[in-house]
Design a protein around this ligand. Structure first.
Ligand code: HEC
Ligand code: HEC
Length: 284
């Protein structure tokens, strides 16, 4: 009798235990399947940027030769022309486009890039290194000359990008890479309409003639066209890329305030203005 009671209790407890084990197992299965689901989503859709966007501060840079390299990399990307006058053929600086020292999500951030290069590049039709990709911007966005990929300056730029990317697991593509997606406009983009957008919402900073504004030697508002701007081989010179930068990042004092139509029109206007020509032969 006692024994039976015990065994009844035991089996009741076992049943209870079974139920909670079953709940645990179900929860584990759910977790496993949602992990599998997450893994099957495009990497860019995962919310992984948070925590890697601490504003660059010299105080966080390690002391010693590696720290000196990182700090020089920072100097190059923020004051490119001053740092490398022979490699820059206009007045641009990397962070004119790669905003907030290369740390702003959806302004083609540098954060996380060392974790995903080398990778396939459509424009080149082959696997390229991070150094090759940086040189792509030197030749086109900076209308200049490629750096020696094994030289100290290139190493310093990469050291800076590595520093910004500390903690990002190898192979992880962060959400916030590149630019936002902007769908096709209701009406085809139009430069004449874009000029009106430009005059109302851009010219107060980039100037009526698109030449930007300087304080002493340094631009506070970079030029958008003309001899000091990116060349016609640059990503920004393609309307469908420029619109993706502009929609989310400009006007700088009111980002995301343009309608999609306004963003397309103003991108078309800017990119129909004169700018240096990219000569492929000269570069290779
Ligand atoms: C005029 C704007 C502009 C300037 C200036 C510029 N870039 Fe870029 N950069 C871009 C655009 C636009 C892209 C993305 C192009 C694309 O999607 O094909 C890009 C892409 C990149 C990438 C690859 C990003 C990725 O997610 O794969 C790197 C690395 C890069 N730039 C480095 C630099 C460096 C270093 C400098 C300065 C020497 C620089 N860029 C100057 C506009 C610019
Ligand atoms: C309040 C000032 C301000 C306004 C208004 C403004 N910009 Fe900018 N823009 C900047 C600054 C400053 C940068 C450099 C990046 C940075 O510091 O964030 C920049 C960078 C850019 C760049 C990339 C660098 C280059 O020179 O090509 C483009 C393109 C651009 N702006 C387009 C526009 C367009 C289009 C508008 C209007 C819809 C606009 N901006 C309005 C301040 C402004």
């Amino acid at each position: 009798m006692v024994k039976r009671f015990h065994s009844a209790l035991a089996s009741k407890m076992q049943a209870k235990q079974f139920v909670s084990l079953a709940i645990l197992a179900a929860a584990a299965a759910l977790t496993a399947s949602s992990a599998a689901w997450a893994a099957s989503k495009p990497a860019a859709a995962q919310p992984q940027y948070a925590g890697y966007d601490k504003p660059y501060s010299e105080a966080d840079v390690p002391a010693g030769p590696l720290g000196d390299s990182i700090k020089h990399g920072y100097f190059i990307v923020t004051q490119t022309k001053k740092a490398l006058p022979n490699n820059v053929g206009n007045a641009m600086y990397c962070t004119a486009c790669h905003q907030d020292n290369g740390q702003k999500p959806f302004a083609a951030p540098f954060v996380g890039l060392p974790a995903i290069f080398p990778q396939f590049n459509k424009r080149d039709g082959k696997i390229i290194t991070l150094q090759d990709r940086i040189n792509g911007c030197f030749k086109r966005s900076m209308n200049g000359k490629a750096l020696d990929t094994a030289g100290q300056d290139m190493t310093d730029i990469v050291a800076y990008m590595n520093f910004l990317s500390r903690g990002v697991p190898l192979g992880t593509e962060l959400n916030g890479r590149g630019f936002v997606v902007v769908s096709k406009p209701a009406q085809p983009e139009d430069a004449a309409r874009g000029k009106l957008v430009y005059e109302a919402k851009c010219s107060m900073c980039h100037a009526a003639d698109g030449q930007g504004m300087k304080a002493g030697d340094n631009y506070i508002f970079p030029p958008l066209w003309g001899a000091n701007s990116y060349n016609d081989g640059a990503g920004m010179a393609q309307v469908d890329k420029a619109v993706r930068f502009i929609k989310h990042n400009m006007p700088k004092n009111a980002p995301d305030s343009l309608t999609e139509q306004e963003a397309w029109d103003v991108a078309k206007y800017i990119d129909s203005q004169p700018r240096p020509h990219f000569e492929k032969e000269k570069q290779q």
